[in-house]
Design a protein. Structure first.
Length: 318
């Protein structure tokens, strides 16, 4: 859902102005000359906890109410039912669900750390609230005649939250980060209502141009080793797909007009990535910018593997 992505980005923007030093073992002391109330507490602060609880409650109620009134109310409702969408969009929408869940959990976790909660409790709050957001949308789908409650979507949501939670509880940090990259494709021109009518819509709806990544930071696994690996350099595995103008199959015509036939295929990538959040800097603004854009896989060399196709080498893939 585009709304969930908007929520993700809103939370991440808030994350850039709170003190992530309390939860980042790689950070250095960055003095804040103004707005010191943004610094994280070392123990639970009642006022911040109340503020955070009220704020997230309003955000949840307001966003879900808006979503229902602006989207679901325009379509016929039905009794609760399941929907099997496991074979749609070459499973790229499932990667999107996973990324959404992970990317909501992370900033919510940081806000609870800002309020002074322990790593363990903040991690559970982040994962639980993220899963609640995602589940509510899925329940809306379950009562809509045009969609349905998808067990595959729920599995992807659970995977994203578990990916965050297990690392935070086990290591106290995110050694493997979920990211995404995007580029425009020609396919949206044939189905703009589905793949996007303009640039912002295409960046959210055109799965042909989206790549989801698992970025692994080797240095975080080698802390006791004598081998020195750059802290900011990561290895990334990417997943994508192309040639899609429909969910399960490509239509031959749209509104009576024929469209070209495209071969649908999956793409797998192996490349490097930059973990900007691990770059040590005493510039507070630069530190915050690094944390904000760390959800994006920046252009970097990558190798592309596709079943039945030749291996491609990309000097810079985004």
């Amino acid at each position: 859902m585009n709304l969930l992505k908007a929520i993700v980005f809103s939370l991440l923007i808030f994350l850039t102005v709170i003190d992530s030093r309390a939860t980042d073992s790689t950070a250095i002391e960055i003095p804040r000359k103004t707005f010191r109330w943004l610094d994280a507490k070392t123990s639970p602060d009642p006022n911040r906890s109340i503020l955070l609880t009220c704020g997230l409650s309003v955000l949840y109620a307001g966003s879900m109410s808006w979503l229902y009134s602006e989207w679901y109310s325009n379509y016929p409702s039905s009794s609760f039912h399941l929907f099997n969408d496991g074979n749609e969009w070459e499973q790229m929408d499932k990667f999107a669900h996973c990324w959404d869940a992970y990317s909501i959990a992370k900033p919510v976790y940081h806000t609870y750390r800002w309020a002074g909660w322990s790593n363990k409790k903040a991690a559970w709050f982040g994962a639980g609230i993220s899963f609640m957001f995602q589940t509510t949308v899925e329940v809306f789908d379950g009562f809509s005649s045009g969609w349905g409650f998808s067990l595959y979507d729920m599995a992807a949501n659970a995977t994203g939250t578990a990916f965050f939670l297990s690392q935070q509880l086990g290591w106290g940090e995110q050694r493997m980060v979920l990211k995404y990259s995007l580029h425009t494709t020609p396919y949206s021109a044939y189905r703009p209502d589905v793949l996007g009518k303009n640039f912002p819509e295409r960046l959210l709806k055109d799965y042909n141009g989206l790549t989801y990544w698992v970025s692994v930071n080797p240095a975080s696994f080698m802390k006791s080793s004598t081998i020195k690996f750059p802290n900011w350099l990561s290895l990334a595995v990417g997943f994508g797909a192309e040639g899609m103008t429909g969910g399960t199959s490509n239509p031959t015509e749209i509104n009576g007009k024929p469209i070209p036939s495209f071969e649908r295929y999956r793409q797998y990538y192996l490349g490097i990535d930059f973990d900007l959040a691990r770059i040590k800097t005493r510039n507070r603004l630069l530190h915050d910018i690094f944390h904000l854009i760390n959800i994006v896989h920046l252009p970097a060399p990558a190798i592309e593997f596709s079943p039945g196709r030749r291996t491609k080498w990309h000097a810079l893939y985004f």
